[in-house]
Design a protein around this ligand. Structure first.
Ligand SMILES: Cc1cc2nc3c(=O)[nH]c(=O)nc-3n(C[C@H](O)[C@H](O)[C@H](O)COP(=O)(O)O)c2cc1C
Length: 125
């Protein structure tokens, strides 16, 4: 049984072989930014001993998002939150993976077609 043994993955060392797969949470802001709630969620999984935790499917273009409050990786306004998320996971000794995603034909036009979600927004989430 090697589950608890470290694993070298390219240039990265996993402390064990426990990986949390991408799971939709919809805890982003309407413009795709990371929320404190989402950071707390992934930090807790890292603190629990998981070696590698993945974000939910994270859209790479505004027209490829499939869900309201989906985490995004499209736009400079999103970068600081992703940095904070990575720092939180790293502080617990785990690595962070980001699942890059374009929803393709299942992208919801009601969401993807709206300019409302392509600009940074204010407010606390
Ligand atoms: C609530 C929920 C949300 C999920 N969201 C995603 C997702 O965002 N991206 C993805 O690739 N898979 C997603 N999945 C699939 C999981 O990553 C995983 O592949 C699936 O649960 C099967 O895992 P298993 O073979 O270890 O049981 C989701 C699964 C669940 C239960």
């Amino acid at each position: 049984m090697k589950l608890g043994e470290p694993l070298q993955l390219g240039g990265h060392r996993l402390r064990n072989r426990v990986v949390m797969p991408p799971m939709e949470r919809n805890n982003g802001t309407p413009d795709g930014r990371v929320t404190d709630r989402y950071i707390d969620y992934l930090r807790a999984r890292a603190a629990g001993g998981t070696a590698l935790v993945f974000t939910e499917a994270t859209y790479v273009r505004a027209d490829g998002r499939g869900r309201v409050r989906q985490l995004g990786a499209a736009g400079d306004h999103i970068v600081p939150g992703l940095r904070a998320l990575a720092d939180a996971v790293h502080a617990e000794g785990a690595l962070l993976g980001v699942e890059l995603n374009h929803a393709g034909r299942v992208a919801d036009p009601a969401v993807a077609g709206s300019q409302l979600y392509t600009e940074p927004c204010s407010g606390s989430w």
